[in-house]
Design a protein around this ligand. Structure first.
Ligand code: ACM
Ligand code: ZN
Length: 746
């Protein structure tokens, strides 16, 4: 009884490392040390009581064998590694397994092959860790997942990925016990799956004449032909590869929108008849499948028939996101369909479209899943919803007793920045650190306990507009995927961010050995400003999610100083910070702080920002950091309505100008305030209206300003919301986003 008394004495917060337990990701349900150690240096025999299928045993035996410590010695008794299917006396999930390390060897017991496979992922991580010392502590791991859908997505359309890389990606999912691979195969920029009945889908639709390059706002394109597609044999190969790893491949065939590549191949499927082009640029396009033309349904049903022959997945993803209704509004066929079927608007026409496809798919014994827009106009009776525009769609669907996969942009979009954008490769936007992913709770608080079962799990999405190489896909997916894998596998009460980061750090060298280009943004120092204790000062907290020593430097100083307590700033400062561990210096983070009379003063808002763009709260507007055109959530605040901002300067003072910045990025639905009104007050009660300012709508960051001459203590800015996005612009008809940052009073 070496370890048990120790375990009993220690609190449950003691990390696994301190308890001498190996690091496993995702953290198992239960891991207990038992007596003794298991030496791994003798030759191994891998065996099972009953023969396992070749698909499982073949590659598994080889994989295990490759992890034997290098210094093989002669032994009388080999180390026995046994993989056994057992008959349980209670009901257990198929993925349930028990891994026992004893002095004689290692045993995996499971009730189904799937459980053996998942247990073998734990075994691999154990053997990797036992390799150096040649031993493992004896232990018993009992494990099963929290959620049945543990997914990762990959966009093979904006950029195309070889079969070889796709398999490497699937290997990564498998390593962390993910079980669903959502393969995004059709888009405006390319159709990537061979369909025998409609060869032009790939002959024409798989190729574009160039690609958009650089940040979206520049609207620059190259003219290098780009494309590729998977033959049906290749698809079958990938599906079989995933199946051997107990991963379901869920294909996505986009409809009715994101269909430009298909329309370029078969223009008769669009409302206007074309001509259409496979798109070079990113975004949302008005031309979509015509919903009034029966031959569109014939073609899509033929396509889905071939797709269902290739993919055994019970669920088929039919897209459904971002479908503009412009063409339908003026198409005689679409309007006739609405009339005949008593559909009151184009949302109901979309719903008709999805329901008709659902019926076809259901008749083949499968079900559909679609992005949350399929809720608009009425949800198809048996459809599952993938909630990406926040969690509202998922909540609504679960309340209607529909299955849901959560994939909100806030936590599950791995195309977002994962560290300070200044140090990251160009991304679409957002700011989703590995810790933010780890903090994700897939079950929304709004659901009643009896509705929880509709949340099947969650999925990380890797859209590839700004991702051009396999190494970059890996960089964006790893390590955030590991955090999501743990969120989805490990019981909620066992989740421990600090311990996860420690295990992640010990996994990074193994990923490197596997030639996986994991992001090290974890080592990046985050520079977090907050209001200082003394009015007008900013306290800056420096932190990293990894262990390591943090150092900081001010511009102009050659020295780096160790960081211990928050730094207090009261004047313009360019701050740099980095972390060091074991001689490895992480990337440098930088922030420019600029002080004005409003900086770090009390601020109140008439309306809080929308939750999607409110990471830093009201203080963001007076934190000394001027938001840039890389849209970082901690720098900009976003509203879909007007707002009045009041700043108390702390004392009466002479003021010359009052101003605020706003962002104009119409392609992202972000528009300038119609105008900003300015007023001042000496007592905070009676405000004197000074006037207002409109600016010419150039793209990018724009300043609204007003010249004042006089003394005041309170300043007030009212940003008037621009209203609905005008016709002809992306998102027309929707409420515009209004992004504001940094009040300036001088
Ligand atoms: C999506 O990101 N358009 C589903
Ligand atoms: Zn039409």
């Amino acid at each position: 009884m070496r370890s048990l008394p120790v375990l009993l004495l220690l609190s449950i917060n003691v990390s696994a490392q301190q308890r001498g337990l190996p690091s496993i990701i995702p953290e198992p349900v239960e891991m207990r040390l038992t007596e003794g150690t298991c030496s791994l240096v003798c030759p191994w025999t891998v065996e099972s009581r009953e023969p396992l299928p070749a698909s499982l045993s073949g590659s598994l035996y080889a994989e295990i064998d490759a992890l034997h410590p290098d210094d093989r010695i002669r032994c009388e008794v080999p180390v026995r590694i046994s993989l056994n299917l057992i008959q349980p006396d209670t009901v257990l999930p198929d993925e349930w397994h028990q891994v026992s390390v004893t002095p004689d060897g290692i045993t995996i017991n499971a009730i189904a092959e799937e459980g053996i496979y998942r247990g073998s992922r734990t075994l691999i991580q154990l053997l990797e860790q036992g390799r150096a010392s040649g031993t493992l502590p004896c232990l018993t791991i009992t494990d099963w997942p929290r959620f049945p859908w543990r997914g990762m997505h990959l966009d093979a359309c904006r950029h195309f990925w070889s079969v070889e890389f796709t398999k490497k990606y699937i290997d990564l999912l498998a390593r962390y016990k993910m079980n669903s691979f959502h393969w995004h195969l059709t888009e405006d920029q390319g159709w990537r799956i061979e369909i025998k009945k409609y060869p032009k889908l790939t002959e024409v639709g798989a190729w574009r004449s160039g690609s958009q390059i650089g940040p979206y706002s520049r609207r620059e394109y190259d003219s290098i032909p780009y494309g590729g597609f998977y033959t049906q044999d290749e698809i079958r190969d990938v599906v079989a590869y995933a199946k051997a790893r107990h991963i379901t491949v869920v294909p996505e065939i986009e409809m009715p929108g994101h269909a430009m590549a298909a329309l370029a191949a078969y223009p008769q499927l669009g409302c206007t008849g074309g001509p259409y082009e496979v798109q070079r640029g990113w975004g949302v396009f008005d031309d979509v499948f015509c919903a009034g033309n029966d031959s569109v349904f014939t073609v899509l049903e033929d396509v889905l028939t071939e797709v269902m022959d290739l993919f055994p997945s019970e669920m088929i993803h039919i897209g459904g996101d971002e479908c503009p209704k412009e063409r339908w509004k003026t198409c005689a066929k679409c309007q006739a369909r609405m009339k005949t079927n008593g559909l009151k608007d184009e949302h109901e026409l979309q719903s008709y479209f999805i329901q008709r496809i659902e019926k076809f798919v259901n008749n083949k014994g499968r079900t559909i899943i679609g992005w949350d827009e399929i809720l608009e106009g009425g949800l198809a009776p048996n459809a599952a919803v993938m909630s990406w525009r926040g969690t509202e769609g998922g909540i609504a669907a679960a309340k209607e007793k529909h299955n849901v996969v959560m994939s909100p942009g806030s936590h599950c979009y791995f195309d977002h920045y994962q560290g300070d954008p200044a140090n990251e490769p160009l991304a679409i936007g957002g700011y989703t650190t590995v810790q933010k992913v780890y903090s994700y709770e897939p079950i929304p608080a709004e659901l009643k306990p009896e509705e929880h079962k509709y949340i099947l799990g969650a999925q990380g999405n890797v859209w590839t507009e700004y991702i051009l190489t396999p190494e970059h896909v890996e960089y964006m997916a790893v390590p955030r995927m590991l955090a999501l894998a743990e969120v989805l596998w490990t019981p909620k009460k066992k989740r421990d961010e600090k311990d996860f980061i420690r295990r992640l750090e010990s996994d990074l060298p193994k990923l490197e050995a596997m030639k996986v280009n994991a992001s090290k943004s974890l080592y990046q120092v985050s520079i977090l400003p907050r209001r200082g204790k003394v009015a007008g000062t900013i306290e800056v907290q420096l932190s990293t999610s990894a262990s390591g020593i943090i150092a900081h430097q001010e511009e102009g100083s050659p020295d780096w100083f160790g960081y211990t307590v928050p730094l207090v700033l009261d004047s313009d400062t360019r701050l740099r910070a980095r972390s060091e561990k074991d001689g490895i210096v992480g990337p440098v983070s930088e922030r420019q702080f600029m002080f004005n009379s409003a900086t770090a003063q009390q601020i109140t808002l008439s309306v809080q920002p929308n939750e999607r763009y409110n990471d830093g709260g009201a203080f963001t507007l007076v934190d000394g950091i001027t938001a840039g055109e890389k849209r970082v959530n901690t720098e900009w605040l976003g509203w879909r309505e007007g707002v009045t901002i009041t700043v108390d300067l702390g004392s009466e003072q002479d003021v010359r100008t009052i101003g605020i910045g706003a962002l104009n990025e119409p392609h992202s639905w972000i528009h300038l305030p119609e105008q900003v009104e300015f007023s001042t007050s000496r007592d905070g009660k009676t405000f004197v209206q000074l006037g207002s300012h409109k600016v010419d709508p150039g793209v990018g960051r724009r300043a609204f300003k007003f010249d004042v001459a006089g003394r005041t203590r309170y300043v007030r800015l009212t940003a008037k919301h621009p209203g609905k996005i005008p016709e002809g612009l992306p998102g027309a008809g929707n409420a515009a986003w209004m992004f504001l940052d940094e009040v300036e009073v001088r």
